[in-house]
Design a protein around this ligand. Structure first.
Ligand code: FES
Length: 74
């Protein structure tokens, strides 16, 4: 299924790129060009990253944002 119509990127393209270590939106933008056109696919790609175990933003990842570990900013 196409995720990004502007760049003809499929969900498999995104999954393969993530498996190769491109686990952030900027990395996927640089690698696949996803979300570099109209931007309508950005939220969907972000959701895909959250569901991907390799992603630092996924629920199963050990990565914790500052708010989750009690670090305050400012
Ligand atoms: S649909 Fe992805 S940039 Fe337009």
């Amino acid at each position: 299924m196409y995720v990004c119509l502007c760049r003809a990127v499929t969900d498999r393209d995104v999954e393969q790129a993530v498996a190769c270590g491109h686990t952030t939106l900027p990395a996927l933008q640089a690698t696949l060009g996803v979300a570099t056109g109209c931007g309508r696919c950005r939220s969907h790609v972000h959701q895909m990253l959250q569901k991907t175990p390799e992603s630092p933003f996924s629920a199963s990842s050990s990565f914790q944002s500052p708010s989750r570990v009690g670090v305050s900013v400012g």
